[in-house]
Design a protein around this ligand. Structure first.
Ligand code: HEC
Length: 122
């Protein structure tokens, strides 16, 4: 008598167990781990030059680049190329402290690009 009830139940339980074991395996194969580092690199390649400027540079150069605090150069009148700015920011010059220990090379380039905006606006 009991057999008629328990067999379908057992089958259902077995099927559920099978699903629990097999499904995660299938899902696991779908997500390739090789793709993950590429996403992280793309994010690291595009630092926010404006955010970096506001954090590290504004105290001397001001929000428009012409504040001149501590003898800081007026970035609106700067004639330096992007490469020359990268070098000043990386290695420092006179009263300007070097940023190579604080910022990555990509961050230095991003903030240098941002300073080009001040002189372009003239
Ligand atoms: C401690 C104050 C100070 C801070 C902070 C500072 N600077 Fe300067 N910066 C200066 C001074 C002073 C000079 C002029 C250096 C000289 O007389 O040779 C200068 C010069 C420069 C120049 C060269 C401009 C030219 O035409 O010669 C650039 C570009 C520059 N700074 C960008 C930055 C950026 C970007 C940051 C933030 C990452 C920054 N500075 C942070 C003080 C500062």
């Amino acid at each position: 008598m009991n057999d008629r009830i328990s067999s379908p139940l057992l089958f259902a339980a077995g099927a559920a167990l099978l699903a629990l074991v097999v499904l995660p395996l299938v899902a696991g194969c779908g997500s390739s781990q090789a793709e993950k580092p590429r996403v992280a690199t793309a994010a690291a390649q595009a630092p926010d030059g404006e955010a970096i400027y506001k954090k590290y540079c504004i105290a001397c150069h001001g929000s428009a680049g012409d504040m001149g605090m501590n003898g800081a150069a007026n970035l609106q009148q700067s004639k330096l190329t992007l490469e020359e700015r990268v070098q000043v920011i990386r290695d420092g010059r006179n009263m300007m402290t070097p940023f190579k220990d604080l910022l990555s090379e990509a961050e230095i380039e991003a903030v240098a690009k941002y300073t080009m905006k001040f002189s372009e606006g003239q």
